[in-house]
Design a protein around this ligand. Structure first.
Ligand code: AG3
Length: 283
């Protein structure tokens, strides 16, 4: 079994092989092929349709940066909406904020939630049982057409724009997403690795700029999203929120009393500094 491997097939011309020491699940759900296995470096990891989604070892970077950056920039987020995020890692990070009163999570594939609870229990770490959690099984693109609430922060924790995730990168989705937000609300999105997927970032930010007063992206380096830092899309009508002072973030982070391993106020600030090859795609 030791020389078994799973190959990530996201990119043409470059593949990453992950050694597999144990397979926990490998089968098609109603929406996609879902694999959960163990790798010696990354621990248990999940692939959907041949693309690495999350691993025990590096998930903290992605989840901390997509949750705490918008919530702490906002400063008073009470209602949060997550689109996707079936593994529960984003829900866990959002609910660390005691100021959050409701977190609605909309996942298209119930099997992702079920299997993550079973094989990746540290991702959700009990978050699905939190009374503030409102779990909905639906297509995120359909949900945002007629949401039951409006939200202060919306996090799109999606797959790449292939298969079920494709609609979450289209302008109708972003236009509906904007209507889900309260005034001054913030939308953040998983936007791929810009060195490898420059068009994905360009397309999203172009759409977002038509809809919001301020749109850009910020960066975080996640080892299994190979090829350089990942871009996280950022959109809001309050242009000041991208430039919050460090001492304000410091104070908010301290009073939130959250323990993190990647997020820190200085990292938050630095994440918005974009190298030229990235800012070229952001305009
Ligand atoms: N979903 C984002 C996976 C993106 C991988 N894409 C890539 N490497 N370009 C993560 C789900 C974690 N909750």
């Amino acid at each position: 079994m030791a020389d078994q491997k799973f190959t990530e097939t996201l990119y043409q011309g470059w593949q990453a092989d992950y050694r597999c020491d144990e397979v926990y699940f490998d089968s098609a759900t109603d929406h996609q092929r879902l694999v959960i296995f163990k790798n010696p470096i990354f621990g248990r990891m999940m692939m959907l349709d041949g693309v690495t989604q999350t691993t025990e070892a590096d998930e903290f970077i992605y989840h901390e940066m997509l949750a705490h950056v918008p919530i702490l920039a906002h400063g008073d987020a009470k209602k949060v909406l997550i689109i996707g995020g079936g593994d529960g890692g984003m829900l866990r990070e959002v609910l660390r904020h005691t100021s959050v009163e409701l977190c609605t999570m909309v996942e298209i594939d119930p099997s992702v939630v079920e299997l993550s609870k079973q094989y990746l229990p540290n991702h959700s770490a009990g978050a699905f049982d939190d009374p503030r959690t409102h779990l909905v099984f639906d297509d995120g693109a359909a949900f945002v057409k007629n949401p039951p609430h409006t939200y202060d922060v919306m996090i799109v924790d999606s797959t790449d724009p292939i298969g079920p995730g494709e609609v979450l990168f289209q302008d109708t989705f972003y236009a509906n997403a904007r209507r889900c937000l309260n005034p001054g609300g913030i939308l953040v999105t998983q936007n791929g690795v810009p060195f490898m997927q420059p068009d994905e970032l360009k397309n999203t930010v172009t759409h977002l700029k038509h809809l919001f007063a301020d749109a850009s992206c910020y960066l975080a380096t996640i080892p299994t999203y190979v090829g350089g830092p990942m871009a996280m899309g950022w959109a809001t009508d309050n242009a000041e929120l991208r430039h919050i002072d460090l001492d304000v973030l410091d104070a908010r982070f301290k009073s939130a009393e959250i323990k993190t391993r990647y997020y820190a106020p200085a990292v938050h600030k630095a994440a918005f500094a974009l190298p030229g090859y990235v800012s070229d795609n952001v305009g």
